[in-house]
Structures are given as structure tokens and as C-alpha cells.
Design a protein around this ligand. Structure first.
Ligand SMILES: C[S@@+](CC[C@H](N)C(=O)[O-])C[C@H]1O[C@@H](n2cnc3c(N)ncnc32)[C@H](O)[C@@H]1O
Length: 225
């Protein structure tokens, strides 16, 4: 690990809005905020949106700025990446932001039934040929269902056409209601509608910017589970 990355990695340990307790389901230990995010951390009763594989947390931080009456939590395994979003939230006093560092595979150790109301998945690793590892594959959807009420909305944004097609296949196979889809977001304002188009085009993640510079089309699928 490079010097700058190491520094961020160490600093993120000290941030009051980052939780990295490395709990595993088999430990049997309970994460202290599980089921208590609203009362004990956010100190309000506002809904919680999760950003999964959040990297630098662009959606978490920008949605938190735009929607102060909602709570936002980004989750990623990479601490040096979370640093950027967590630092911005601290500097701007965004009390409606938190980050969790661990594998999404262990998400149920951090959130209780019905605790999460909305899920964003921007530019997840596409895992070619390894469908079950994709964040919209059945094992992950089953985990999300354990922490969110019925009809919670999942927002998938990706440059990867195969992953987009896979998500739409999952939607059809499991009869998840499809709320919106586009194979070329930036060219699809009318189909997506103003509100959605605004959030999808005004908020760009680190990976998205890289994909846009090489001319990739951005895909989006929104469905409820
Ligand atoms: C391609 S990057 C995208 C990051 C960010 N969303 C963006 O668009 O810039 C995928 C991210 O997902 C994280 N990730 C992938 N699988 C994960 C898992 N099972 N648990 C936690 N994080 C995961 C990686 O660490 C990485 O930061």
C-alpha cells in the first residue's frame, strides 16, 4: 500500500462517522447500532438509504446534501476510498451521513429487519462469469430483503452492459417490479423523468467519470424487491 493510502487508512480509523468493527455473522456479536441507527446515531426517525460498494461515497454525500431530512450510509470494504466521503461529511457537518467498512456479504450484522429504506449500487464490480458474486445476484438480494421492508427500491448504475442485462434478467425471473431502466442514461431524459435524470446525471462517481472519458454508455435499472 502506498504512503498516501496508508495515511488515509489510518486517519479513517479516527473518524466518528466511520464504523469498521469487522463483525462476522458467525462471531455472534451484535453491532451496537444494529436496529438503533436512527435513535442512537442519527438521532431522528428519518429513512435510511444505503450506498453499496460506495467507494468514495459520492452518492451518500451528495444525496445527504440534497436531502437533509433523510439519512445516508455508504458501505465498502476499502477504507482508503471511504476516507474521501467521510472527510467531506465531517468538514461539512453532514450529520445525516455514516460509513461502514466491511464486506456487503455481512450486511445483516449491521442492520436489523426493516431498518433500510432505499439501496443505491453505483458501478459495482461486474464479476464476468461469476454471477453469484454480483451485488444484484440472488444471495445479495436475499440479504437486502432481511434488512429492508417489502418493495424497497434498488438503484443499479453501471457501465457494464452484461451486468445491466443480468439485472434485467433477474427482474424478469423473480418478478421484481421494474420502475425504470435505461441503456444510455445521458440520452434518456424523457424516459427517465426529470427527478431521476437529475440525480443520475448530476451525481457522478469516480468510476463513472473514468468510464465517461472513454465513451462508455451509462446504464441504469431501478426495481423494487
Ligand atoms: C468499481 S468500484 C466502484 C466504486 C464507486 N461506487 C464508484 O462508482 O466510484 C466497486 C467498489 O465496490 C467495492 N466492493 C465490491 N464488492 C464488495 C463487497 N462484497 N463488499 C464491500 N465492498 C465491495 C470495492 O471495494 C469497490 O470500492
Amino acid at each position: 500500500m502506498g504512503h498516501r493510502k496508508l495515511k488515509k487508512f489510518a486517519e479513517v480509523e479516527t473518524f466518528s462517522n466511520v464504523f469498521q468493527t469487522h463483525l462476522f455473522p458467525e462471531d455472534g456479536k451484535v453491532f451496537p447500532l444494529k436496529g438503533k441507527w436512527k435513535t442512537d446515531y442519527f438521532k431522528n426517525d428519518n429513512p435510511i438509504t444505503l450506498e453499496l460498494g460506495c467507494g468514495r461515497g459520492e452518492y451518500t454525500v451528495e444525496l445527504a446534501r440534497r436531502f437533509p431530512n433523510q439519512n445516508f450510509i455508504g458501505m465498502d470494504i476499502k477504507g482508503a476510498r471511504l476516507w474521501k466521503g467521510a472527510k467531506a461529511a465531517i468538514e461539512e457537518n453532514l450529520a445525516n451521513v455514516a460509513f461502514v467498512r466491511n464486506r456487503i456479504d455481512f450486511i445483516e450484522t449491521y442492520f436489523a429487519q426493516d431498518e433500510v429504506n432505499d439501496i443505491w449500487i453505483p458501478f459495482p464490480d461486474p464479476y464476468p462469469g461469476k454471477a453469484q458474486k454480483r451485488l444484484v445476484a440472488p444471495p445479495f438480494i436475499a440479504r437486502y430483503r432481511k434488512i429492508s421492508p417489502a418493495r424497497t427500491v434498488v438503484h443499479l448504475k453501471t457501465d457494464n452492459h452484461e451486468l445491466y442485462e443480468y439485472a434485467l434478467e433477474q427482474v424478469a425471473e423473480h418478478k421484481y417490479p421494474l420502475l425504470a431502466s435505461s441503456a444510455n442514461v445521458y440520452n434518456d431524459a424523457t424516459n427517465l423523468g426529470v427527478e431521476r435524470f437529475t440525480l443520475l446525471t448530476e451525481i457522478q462517481t469516480y468510476y463513472e467519470k473514468l468510464f465517461l472519458t472513454i465513451g462508455s454508455k451509462i446504464h441504469y435499472a431501478e426495481f423494487s424487491i
